[in-house]
Design a protein around this ligand. Structure first.
Ligand code: GLU
Ligand code: MG
Length: 454
C-alpha cells in the first residue's frame, strides 16, 4: 500500500464509519481464514475503521502455523512469537451483520508492516491466481455449497445431541417445520446482507442442512462462504442451537461437504457449453477440468485438510471419493452439469471432494492454478464414468487419508511454485501437525475434537 492508496482507503472508511454509526453499528469484525481453515478475527470499534483501513490492524503471523486445536507448529519461514502483520479490511465487502445486531464485518488482506503484500496471505493468493487467468482472458464464476449440522448449544451439550426438531427424514419437510423460524431467519439474515441464496434444504443426516448461493468471482465466492457460515452460526446461536461445519460431526453417517461449483468464461461466453469437447464443453474448459482432475490427489491436502476429512470422503456418500468425472454423477469427484433445464449458461462443474475445514481462498486459488496448468498442456479428459465408480473396479480412489494426500501435495511442483515457499511450507507443517494430533485417536474421538472447532 502506498500513501495514495492509504489516503483513499482512509477517506472511504470515514464515510463508511459515519454510515455505520448512524445505523447503531459499533463494532466491525475483521476476519481472515488460517491454514487450518479456522476463521480468526480482530474486531475494531466503528470509529477506528478509518485507522484500520489506512494502517491495518496488527496480528501475529504465527496463526499461519496454528492447528485446529490452537496449538502451533513451526515451518521454515513462519512460526514463533516474533513479528507482526497488518490486517487491512476490504471495504468493498463491508457488510452489516443481520444476526449480530450492532456489528459489521469485512474480510482482510494481510500486509507486512512496510505495506508490501504478505507472501503467505491466502486471500491475495486467490486474487493472484484469478489475475493470472485474466491475463489469458479467462474469468470464473464460483460458488461453494455450505452444509452444516445443527446440534444443541455447546453449553448444554454432552456429545453431539441433535435437537428433536432438527431430526426427521433426509430432505424431509419435517425438519423445516420443526425449525421453521430458524430457517426463515436464515433466509432473512442472508437476504438483508445481500447474499443471493439459491436454496436451503435439509440434508441426508439428522440435523444436517445445506445452503447454496449464486456464483461470483473466486475471491468473492470465498468471502461469501465465510459470511454465510458465520451468519448460519449467528442465527443458530440466536435460536439456542449450535452449527458445526466440521467434515464429520459424528463418526459414521454422511458428513458435511463444501462442494465447489465453477464455470469458466471468456468474452462473456460460458466455456462449459457450446464447444466441441465432451458433452458440449469447449476444449479450454476440458483442459482446465482435466488439469484440476489430475491434480486432485494433491489438491485434497488443501481442500480436505484434516485427518477427519477422510472419515467423510468415502464411497457411496456422494462425497466424491473417486478420481473421475461424470455427467450429473454424484459419486464422481468431478460432476459435470451440462446446464438445462436452468438454461444453457447454468452449465458448470462441481468439485465434490472438498469440505469446510479447507481455507476457501487457498482452495479457489489452487484449483485455478491446477486448471490453468491443464490448459497450458492442452490436457484432455478421460472417458466419463457413467454409473457408480465403486462398481467399475478400475476407477482410482482419491487418497483415503491425510498423509496419503500430503505425499501428493509435497511432490507437487506446481502447487509449490504457485503458492510460494512460505505458504507451501506452512501448509505442509500444519497438515503434518494435524496428522500427528490425530495419531491413535478413534474416529469418534476425532469427530468430538472437531465438532466445536469448525
Ligand atoms: N453430504 C455430502 C458430502 O459429504 C454431499 C451430499 C450432496 O451431494 O449434497 O459431501
Ligand atoms: Mg449437499
Amino acid at each position: 500500500m502506498d500513501s495514495t492508496e492509504r489516503e483513499h482507503a482512509g477517506s472511504q472508511a470515514r464515510q463508511h464509519a459515519a454510515r455505520l454509526t448512524a445505523k447503531d453499528i459499533h463494532g466491525v469484525a475483521l476476519t481472515w481464514v488460517d491454514n487450518a481453515g479456522v476463521t480468526r478475527v480482530k474486531a475494531v470499534p466503528t470509529a477506528r475503521l478509518p485507522q484500520a483501513a489506512q494502517w491495518g490492524v496488527g496480528m501475529s503471523p504465527v496463526f499461519d502455523v496454528y492447528l485446529s486445536d490452537d496449538s502451533a507448529v513451526t515451518s521454515p519461514h513462519i512460526g514463533g512469537p516474533v513479528g507482526d502483520l497488518r490486517l487491512v479490511p476490504d471495504l468493498d465487502r463491508l457488510t452489516c451483520l443481520a444476526a449480530q445486531p450492532g456489528w459489521a464485518w469485512a474480510p482482510v488482506d494481510r500486509y507486512e508492516q512496510d505495506g508490501t503484500p504478505y507472501a503467505a496471505c491466502q486471500r491475495q493468493f486467490a486474487r493472484r491466481m484469478t489475475a493470472r487467468a485474466a491475463e489469458t482472458g479467462l474469468e470464473f464464476r464460483m460458488g461453494f455449497e455450505t452444509e452444516w449440522t445443527v446440534t444443541a448449544h455447546p453449553t448444554e451439550q454432552r456429545g453431539p445431541h441433535v435437537p428433536h426438531a432438527a431430526e426427521g427424514p433426509a430432505y424431509g419437510m419435517t425438519r423445516v417445520v420443526g425449525l421453521s423460524d430458524y430457517v426463515r431467519d436464515l433466509f432473512e439474515a442472508l437476504a438483508v446482507q445481500d447474499v443471493d441464496v439459491l436454496q436451503i434444504h435439509p440434508e441426508y443426516t439428522a440435523g444436517q442442512f445445506e445452503v447454496s448461493v449464486a456464483p461470483a468471482d473466486p475471491v468473492r465466492a470465498a468471502d461469501l462462504v465465510v459470511l454465510v457460515r458465520e451468519t448460519v452460526r449467528a442465527v443458530s446461536h440466536r435460536h439456542g442451537l449450535s452449527a458445526s461445519f466440521a467434515p464429520v460431526v459424528t463418526a459414521g453417517p454422511v458428513g458435511n461437504g463444501a462442494h465447489l461449483h465453477l464455470s469458466l468464461w471468456r468474452d462473456g461466453k460460458n466455456l462449459c457449453r457450446a464447444g466441441d469437447g465432451p458433452h458440449g464443453m469447449t476444449r479450454t474448459c476440458e483442459s482446465f477440468l482435466a488439469g484440476a482432475l489430475e491434480e486432485l490427489p494433491a489438491l485434497l491436502a488443501v481442500g480436505a485438510p484434516l485427518p477427519a476429512s477422510y472419515l467423510r470422503l468415502r464411497p457411496n456418500l456422494w462425497a466424491g471419493a473417486y478420481q473421475c468425472w461424470g455427467v450429473e454423477n454424484r459419486e464422481a469427484a468431478l460432476r459435470f452439469i451440462p446446464g438445462p433445464p436452468l438454461g444453457p449458461d447454468a452449465a458448470n462443474a462441481e468439485l465434490k471432494c472438498f469440505d469446510a475445514a479447507a481455507n476457501p481462498y487457498l482452495l479457489v486459488g489452487a484449483v485455478i492454478a491446477a486448471g490453468l496448468h491443464g490448459i497450458d498442456r492442452e490436457l484432455t479428459l478421460p472417458e466419463p464414468v457413467p454409473g457408480n465408480p465403486a462398481d467399475t473396479g478400475t476407477t482410482p480412489r482419491l487418497p483415503s487419508s491425510l498423509p496419503a494426500a500430503l505425499d501428493h501435495f509435497a511432490r507437487s511442483e506446481l502447487l509449490r511454485a504457485e503458492l510460494g515457499g512460505a505458504l507451501f511450507e506452512a501448509l505442509l507443517a500444519v497438515r503434518r501437525g494435524e496428522a500427528e494430533l490425530a495419531r491413535g485417536r478413534s474416529p469418534r474421538e476425532l469427530a468430538e475434537a472437531l465438532r466445536n472447532r469448525y
